[in-house]
Design a protein around this ligand. Structure first.
Ligand code: ZN
Ligand code: ZN
Length: 361
């Protein structure tokens, strides 16, 4: 069934007397995936028609959009193209400016968050057993569907989140993927109460997971290449911070690998105590070298990956982030400099997360 439009996208229209929606918007699109430093750049600043919300979707005017490592994987081609000329970005904060047919969860003007998980089927075995993150029919923002490096985006209303008022629209952006998926990884890592958790890599996701863990009395040890990132980890309350391949000062109950580097896996497994769990948090990982059964896996060590998140993870994380007063560290970039921000991310050694500022609240 072809969804009906709520308004004529050819013309600018008035929404509830509040905001006029233009017919065209500025956006960044991935042209031909290639290394981010190559010339011409794999992403281009272009004009696009403003999308039209379909059944049960809302149209959102984007205020800010966080920059995630996954955007880099999409731009560079580590993740295969799902939608040619896709607009990346899936840590979106914005205001609802139009409702599609049968959409009514939000009022016009509400501030909402648009995350990575755009849609799941609701009927497969995984969806029906509380594991919609494993739904084989799932769709993702900024990969299967245009994302938030744009002035407007649509989202199925059931997959958006209300954003706690304690967070401003720039600091809230990284909560939407870095935060939620970091939280799902934290749950997958199965840290015992008061236990010791290792974090490998210390970017947008890890610095939020660290705060959630420390606030719950867990001892956090950070392994990251950048000296600035190591200092930042200690400032946030980590018990230790060292290089990625340095020996761990203590035996760890659980670890999360955030860096997309398979070479770290054997080292991280060696640092685990008997019965410990290593969770691999990335959607993409370079090849894992061969493992030695005695050194890396025996003593009931558990090695698991982490795929996306459920909406329940999202709601739980946003509630916890508000209650535990989590502080996302952000560096703001103007909308026109998304390419520069992606290059900055690819070179590493940054504190927290980069966020594009796209419009005023
Ligand atoms: Zn992401
Ligand atoms: Zn499903």
């Amino acid at each position: 069934m072809k969804p009906e439009n709520t308004f004529n996208s050819k013309e600018s229209v008035d929404v509830g007397g509040s905001e006029r929606i233009p017919s065209e918007m500025r956006a960044w699109e991935v042209t031909i995936p290639a290394p981010i430093d190559s010339s011409p750049s794999p992403i281009h600043f272009v004009k696009h028609p403003v999308p039209v919300p379909k059944t049960s979707e809302v149209l959102v005017r984007v205020i800010s959009c966080g920059i995630c490592h996954t955007d880099l994987h999409v731009a560079e081609g580590d993740l295969p193209v799902h939608h040619p000329h896709v607009i990346p970005g899936h840590e979106i904060i914005g205001r609802v400016v139009a409702n599609g047919p049968q959409a009514g969860r939000f009022n016009l003007g509400d501030r909402i968050g648009v995350p990575w998980l755009r849609w799941t089927c609701g009927v497969c075995t995984y969806c029906r057993s509380g594991k919609e993150n494993l739904c084989p029919n799932s769709l993702y923002t900024g990969w299967d569907h245009d994302g938030g490096y744009a002035e407007y985006v649509t989202v199925p209303e059931g997959f958006a989140y209300r954003i706690p008022s304690a967070f401003n629209s720039v600091t809230a952006a990284p909560l939407l993927c870095a935060g939620i998926i970091g939280y799902h990884a934290f749950r997958r890592a199965n840290v015992p109460a008061g236990g010791r958790l290792g974090l490998y890599g210390f970017g947008g996701s890890a610095h939020l997971a660290a705060q959630i863990a420390i606030a719950q009395g867990i001892e956090v040890h950070v392994f990251t290449r950048g000296k600035d990132a190591q200092r930042f980890a200690l400032e946030l309350g980590a018990a230790s911070a060292q290089g990625v391949y340095d020996p761990s000062p203590v035996s760890l109950d659980s670890s999360i690998l955030f860096a997309p580097v398979g070479d770290i896996v054997p080292k991280a497994l060696e640092n685990l105590a008997a019965g410990g769990t290593l969770a691999l948090a990335g959607i993409h990982l370079t090849d894992v070298p061969s493992l030695n059964y005695q050194n890396h896996l025996f003593h009931e060590k558990v090695l698991t990956s982490v795929e996306s998140n459920t909406r329940r993870d999202g709601e739980e994380f946003l509630t916890l982030a508000d209650r535990l007063k989590i502080h996302p560290k952000t560096t703001e970039y103007p909308f026109e400099k998304a390419d520069e921000a992606l290059r900055h991310l690819s070179h590493g050694d940054m504190q927290g997360a980069c966020v594009l500022r796209i419009s005023e609240g």
